[in-house]
Design a protein around this ligand. Sequence first.
Ligand SMILES: Nc1ncnc2c1ncn2[C@@H]1O[C@H](COP(=O)(O)OP(=O)(O)OP(=O)(O)O)[C@@H](O)[C@H]1O
Ligand SMILES: [Mg+2]
Length: 229
Amino acid sequence: MSGEILTVSGLNTSYGEAKVLFDISMSVGKGQIVSCVGRNGAGKTTLLKSIAGFLKPKSGSVTSDNTNLVGLAPYDIAKFGIKYIPQDKKVFFDLTVRENLELGSYATKDYNWDQVLAYFPKLELLMERKAGYLSGGERQMLMIGRAILGSPKVLLLDEPTEGLAPGIVTQLKNTFKALSKNTALVIVEQNLPLVCAISDKVYAIKDGTIVAEIVDKESIRVDVCERYL
Ligand SMILES: Nc1ncnc2c1ncn2[C@@H]1O[C@H](COP(=O)(O)OP(=O)(O)OP(=O)(O)O)[C@@H](O)[C@H]1O
Ligand SMILES: [Mg+2]
């Protein structure tokens, strides 16, 4: 059994007076793919943002490698090796793919370009294209490519396949499997067949609480996950 690389314990997050996450606890092992499923508004994005430092939890802890991450700035959490890939696929539209990657390199001093191109050879062909012209799938490759420049400890992916064609979803599925050999993945995903094909563990989130932790392979099935949506 591999050790834990990310541990969330008793996490509560609010937007002003509105409480959204209630006592969330979860653990992610090294090299694991852990998925979070739940209806719209359940609090999945809020959870990832709380881990990545974009939202400050009211209480609870997020630890990785014996370091408490709560209270650190998002860029310090990214530098630490926990990279958040947001739901909105925002890249710098007026900059080229190369420039977008360079900015990612510059911010975190990560220069592992070979790895990025090994996972996403298509980016090599798109290097001089403005990111604003990329298709949804290409933009997702750029987002993930930028995040893996520095061989992160954990990738936090918020609905990475939303709106993408089946072909690219299959490709990303294989990429996630390959990435998980070196990096733990926490994936928020609505695509249950994908979730069930790749996950070592699934958390079901409902109204800001974890209502199920599905850990054994036999139980990670679409019909089981559906019960919690
Ligand atoms: N900036 C905000 N200010 C106030 N409330 C917010 C804010 N962002 C999200 N919420 C509320 O928090 C709750 C959880 O939202 P969140 O975006 O985390 O859900 P989600 O599970 O990611 O949903 P989806 O599947 O639609 O992406 C929702 O009720 C939402 O309205
Ligand atoms: Mg969301």
